[in-house]
Design a protein around this ligand. Structure first.
Ligand code: FE2
Ligand code: FE2
Length: 361
């Protein structure tokens, strides 16, 4: 990506995590990245890797989602991240040739199925009843109630950012958040495919805000680049995470967004942060003001999101969740499932931050 804050960001030509040499092709993510770098003719190791993946993938998925091995979970989610990036890559990049390749879709489907089978039992207790889920008002109340639930770790992380995080720790937080913040507009665009006019209009409103009301300099991603530049930070070319939790939170947008059957889950997943994000952004802004006298100028990105998300939250409830459930009551539970998995992802992300900042005893 171009990092000049005054210029347009242009999509990278090279996909992330391509191994530099054949010695570095050991893990699942390295194998998939290597296969994606195979453009016009078979690279020497491709056939061997493909046949070993047939055998090894079920073993890795078992380690990740049954044994809950952190290393395997990281590998699986990093791989899924690499796969989703294919759909978002430079249109002229040879990596696009693989977008619908059977080998890639097979790996993706196997990971997504194993992952959702892992997530669903974990959120059952949070879900509304069948009757509540089919009732627009009751389902909206459920969304607000869930979004307001804060674990001790959630509170601890926000308190830390607000009152204690140093400049370096804030920089780590910004860089950790940046990958998703840059991709959010794309995640939103994936929800724009038609379901009904009211929903399309509300998402278009949201998108209009993301794009700075048609003024490129005011687009949220441009403001983010400016903020990073003000703070002396480079836009990361790939995620800085070495933990599966943030990868999973990021991948969730694209697992739902790239699968039509998960459309309603995707909507629930997008709605939830619009409801809880403004209180998170308030804590971030308080922390920035503690560290920088000119925080408002430097970090317009976060200031803008406080007010914007307050409106977005309410509008998503009234103009997205409500009309969907009115015309399609059966979609209510899907919306709730998406929202509940997002809350779980948010808690995991906070746990990742808590570990990173040494907040857990
Ligand atoms: Fe935004
Ligand atoms: Fe928003």
């Amino acid at each position: 990506m171009l990092s000049n804050p005054q210029s347009d960001r242009v999509v990278d030509f090279k996909p992330p995590f391509i191994p530099q040499s054949s010695e570095k092709i050991r893990t699942l993510s390295q194998q998939v990245a290597y296969l994606l770098s195979n453009t016009h003719q078979m690279l020497p190791l491709s056939a061997t890797i493909l046949s070993s993946l047939d055998r090894d993938l079920p073993i890795i998925l078992h380690s990740a989602f049954i044994d809950e091995d952190n290393k395997a979970l990281l590998e699986v989610h990093k791989t899924l991240y690499i796969i989703y990036e294919v759909n978002l890559s430079h249109p002229l990049s040879p990596v696009c040739l693989h977008e619908h390749s059977p080998w890639l879709l097979t790996i993706r489907n196997q990971i997504e199925n194993a992952w959702l089978n892992y997530e669903l039992p974990r959120i059952q207790k949070q879900l509304p009843s069948e009757t509540e889920a089919k009732h627009p008002k009751l389902l909206c109340n459920w969304f607000v109630e869930q979004a307001r639930k804060e674990s001790d770790i959630d509170k601890c992380v926000l308190k830390f950012l607000k009152n204690h995080a140093s400049v370096e720790e804030f920089n780590t937080f910004m860089l950790s958040d940046a990958t998703l913040n840059y991709r959010f507009c794309d995640a939103l665009a994936l929800a724009q495919l038609h379901f009904c006019e009211t929903v399309k209009a509300e998402i278009a409103h949201n998108m209009w805000d993301e794009c700075g009301h048609g003024v490129a300099e005011k687009s949220h991603t441009r403001q983010l680049t400016q903020m990073l530049a003000f703070l002396g930070l480079q836009q990361p070319t790939s995620p800085i995470w070495s933990d599966w939790h943030p990868y999973a939170g990021h991948n969730l947008y694209f697992c739902f967004g790239f699968n039509r059957k998960h459309y309603f889950k995707g909507i629930g997943n997008l709605a939830m942060p619009e409801i809880f994000d403004s209180s998170r952004n308030r804590a971030v802004v308080a922390g920035l003001e503690r560290l920088y006298a000119d925080a408002r100028v430097k970090c317009e990105y976060f200031y803008n999101h406080i007010e914007a998300d307050e409106k977005h939250g309410l509008n998503w409830l009234n103009n997205v969740i409500t009309p969907i459930v009115e015309v399609q009551p059966e979609a209510g539970m899907e919306l709730a499932v998406g929202g509940a998995i997002r809350m779980e992802a948010m808690r995991r992300y906070n746990k990742y931050l808590a570990v990173k900042f040494g907040l857990l005893k």
